[in-house]
Design a protein around this ligand. Structure first.
Ligand SMILES: [Zn+2]
Length: 219
């Protein structure tokens, strides 16, 4: 019987949220949290809302050794790379949000259309399509994760990391909302994208304040 980590309650809360808010469908998507030298990650093939407390799979971050009997998510490699490259983060979230996948599949980037996006997200990395679950994808994630908290994988999904799961989830919501607004705007006309000066002014004004508010608690 393994002891129950406080990470488990956050994992349960956000596993439920990402399904309820439509960021993943069925058994798609996966999430993990760091707890010292190990991470807890969602088990492979489970509906995220049905994972029990003792079914989050423990994996040694340094060695990659699986410490439980259940199989970890098939994307376990890219989660491990995030923790290895980013000692500052404790949460990794991977989802398949419709608008982000749709917009990125056209080759377009998701532009700055409203203030929260540039204020909250320092930059977004885009990866060309790579086969999910492979070492090739994990290596591509490892290469860019030091410079970004948000990776959009064209024709696949989005990966976000955070100092808390709340932060990783918030980044996921913001990128998806931005892709949605861009899609809506593009059906009506040609959207005006915030200029670099406007984005910089927002970053100077709000980002530190917003970020510190966000990090106050982990729920
Ligand atoms: Zn995926």
């Amino acid at each position: 019987m393994k002891e129950l980590s406080t990470a488990i309650s956050d994992l349960k809360l956000y596993a439920d949220k990402i399904v309820r808010t439509g960021l993943v469908v069925g058994a798609g998507g996966n999430l993990s949290m760091r707890d010292g030298r190990i991470m807890y990650i969602s088990p492979s093939g489970f509906d995220l809302q049905e994972v029990q407390d003792n079914q989050w799979v423990r994996v040694d971050i340094e060695t990659g050794e699986v410490l439980d009997n259940l199989k970890p998510s098939s994307e376990v490699l890219m989660h491990l790379e995030c923790y290895r490259k980013r000692p500052d983060i404790t949460a990794v979230l991977h989802a398949h949000p419709s608008y982000s996948v749709g917009v990125s599949s056209t080759g377009h980037s998701i532009p700055n259309l409203f203030p929260d996006f540039p204020a909250m997200i320092r930059n977004v990395s885009y990866l060309e399509y790579l086969i999910p679950t492979t070492e090739v994808l994990a290596d591509a994630v490892a290469e860019v994760i030091q410079e970004t908290d948000v990776i959009v994988m064209r024709n696949h999904g989005v990966l976000t990391v955070g100092k808390t799961m709340k932060e990783a989830y918030f980044f996921m919501q913001i990128i998806e909302e931005s892709a949605k607004v861009y899609t809506i705007a593009s059906t009506v006309g040609v959207p005006r994208i915030l200029t670099e000066e406007e984005c910089q002014a927002l970053r100077n004004l709000s980002s530190e304040k917003y970020r510190s508010e966000l990090l106050k608690d982990s729920k």
